[in-house]
Design a protein around this ligand. Structure first.
Ligand code: NAP
Length: 501
């Protein structure tokens, strides 16, 4: 829990931080063997935050070997389920006890407003750890119905050494959505966090040890995707790769699996989620507020961001007017260490330029951009801030409606009937999430059935808890995080057929 309540307090606390960007292998921090490093930059002011290990193939090999040793000597899977459960529970407690440090690392490294980390990311991290801890001794195999003379057991066993590669938009949470079920199932794991925001995960690895996790069970290698990430994905001793990131890299990982050991590849990838607003919705103002949050939370750097707003023609003008007047009130850019800030910078200047290019392309294709922002002054002028943008006069074939922009940019597209809305919603290579806003139960059921998405929200957006399987249809992925099914996906079944007399 944190008692810090002002920007000044957080800044003072931040000045005391000495984050490690080393690897964490076999229970201790280690530099990359060739001593390569890269800079981790605070995107809100461009200042150097830490130097991070630039791991190569040999570092990844070391981490995988140590995990393989831990797997073979059964130091983790050989523990009683309750003992593993205790470790994960203590790990969750330690996350809470180190809230201020972890929140600061997240905010300074990727620019997320401190109150979002405290109110959203960290509580979700501890819920995830506790949920999967609680599942450990609830996993059961089965005895099937056989003829006399046989006893047949179906057992669920862990896989071995699992590799995890994660993105920067929710650095801790996306990692924990992998780590918790992987470890709960009894596997060992090597994590490669994103280069833009690796510091909180690096600290999390040390906290696993403090919680009583055996050395070598959870190793972490920092580095760049095409170097450390690629080496992990190609490693012959990694039996499964669990990935969250872009669709482009996800496709590459499938080829690496084919080139190496045919490892299983679980992909949670990109999205371009439609929100469908029907004219009979309950409350336009409330729905628009949720639409604004659905695209501007985390500065739009959210895989399921509701970036395509499909709005019935009867309410289109009122929707746009409300959206453009409310958004600047709800999302104010500022120093992410200020608890009043609701809109932080994008993760880097390079990403800001990429998003800007997408906006320019939308304008060139004929859509009209409504920019809703204020100029920033002082030290924040060096930050990767970008004003929120709403595109109108657009159609679904434009790049702004098809490409994942991953920034604070939404596109409004009008429609006239339900068939057209469903066709537009499904006209995408992605299928991560979707929503429909209506007071008609029958209509909402039809949308739930016909929308091609792994998650469909009705009269809400982004809601859920640990019982919700989270993952996509189509090119949004082939797997699910959260829920018991995620835990089971890190196991394999063994059939034990016993002849009896
Ligand atoms: P990204 O560029 O695909 O990177 C993701 C991870 O893959 C990073 O750790 C990256 O390392 C690594 N990587 C890059 N190239 C690689 C290679 N050749 N081999 C192995 N690993 C490689 O994605 P991002 O920009 O970090 O994250 C944004 C994307 O994540 C968006 O598309 C978003 O929709 C998606 N996402 C999906 C979900 C979901 O649940 N479906 C959740 C969150 C985010 P570097 O950091 O060094 O590049």
């Amino acid at each position: 829990m944190s008692t810090l309540s002002s920007r000044e307090n957080w800044s003072r606390r931040a000045a005391l931080l000495r984050p490690s960007g080393d690897n964490f292998i076999d229970g201790r921090y280690v530099a990359a063997q060739a001593h390569g490093r890269f800079d981790s930059i605070n995107p809100s002011n461009g200042q150097l935050l830490a130097q991070v290990a630039r791991s190569q193939e040999s570092d990844v090999d070391l981490a995988v070997n140590r995990s393989l040793q831990a797997w073979r000597d059964r130091r983790w899977r050989g523990l009683a389920p309750r003992q593993r459960m205790d470790v994960l529970m203590r790990w969750a407690d330690l996350v809470e006890q180190n809230t201020e440090e972890l929140a600061l690392l997240e905010t300074l490294d990727m620019g997320k407003p401190i109150n979002d980390v405290l109110g959203i990311d960290l509580p979700e991290v501890t819920r995830t750890l506790r949920y999967f801890a609680e599942c450990i001794d609830k996993m059961e195999g089965s005895v099937t119905s056989t003829a006399p003379g046989a006893l047949h057991l179906v057992l669920h066993e862990p896989l071995g050494v699992v590799g995890a590669i994660t993105p920067w938009n929710y650095p801790l949470l996306m990692a924990v959505w992998k780590l918790a079920p992987i470890l709960a199932a009894g596997n060992c794991v090597v994590l490669k966090p994103a280069e833009q925001a690796p510091l909180s995960c690096t600290r999390l690895a040390a906290l696993f040890m403090e919680a009583g996790g055996p050395a070598g069970v959870f190793n972490l290698v920092n580095g760049l995707g095409p170097e450390a990430g690629r080496a992990l994905a190609l490693h012959p001793d990694v039996v499964k790769l669990s990935f969250t990131g872009s669709t482009t890299v996800g496709k590459l990982l499938l080829t690496y699996a084919g080139q190496s050991n045919m490892k299983r590849v679980a992909l949670e990838t990109g999205g371009k989620s439609p929100q469908v607003f029907l004219p009979d919705l309950y409350d336009l103002d409330a729905a628009v507020d949720r639409a604004i949050g659905g695209i501007f939370d985390n500065a739009g750097q959210v895989c399921n961001a509701g970036s395509r707003l499909l709005v019935h023609r009867d309410i289109h003008d009122a929707f746009v007017a409300r959206f453009t007047s409310r958004a600047p009130q709800l999302y104010r850019p500022g120093d992410p260490l200020d608890p009043a800030t609701t809109l932080g910078p994008l993760v880097s200047q390079a990403h800001r330029l990429k998003v800007q290019r997408c906006i320019e392309r939308g304008i060139a294709e004929g859509a009209r951009a409504v920019v809703m922002g204020e100029a920033l002054s002082g030290h924040l002028e060096q930050g990767a801030f970008l004003a929120p943008t709403l595109f109108v006069d657009a159609d679904n074939r434009m790049s702004i409606a098809q490409d994942e922009i991953f920034g604070p940019v939404a596109t409004v597209i009008p429609f006239t009937n339900d068939d057209e809305a469903i066709a537009l919603a499904n006209d995408s290579i992605y299928g991560l999430a979707a929503s429909v806003w209506t007071r008609d139960l029958n209509r909402s059921h039809r949308f739930v059935r016909d929308l091609e998405a792994g998650v469909v929200w009705v009269n809400c957006f982004g809601d859920g808890d640990m019982t919700q399987p989270f993952g996509g249809y189509k090119q949004s992925g082939n797997s699910r995080d959260k829920h018991m099914m995620s835990l089971m996906s890190y196991t394999q079944t063994k059939s034990a057929w016993m002849a009896t007399t």
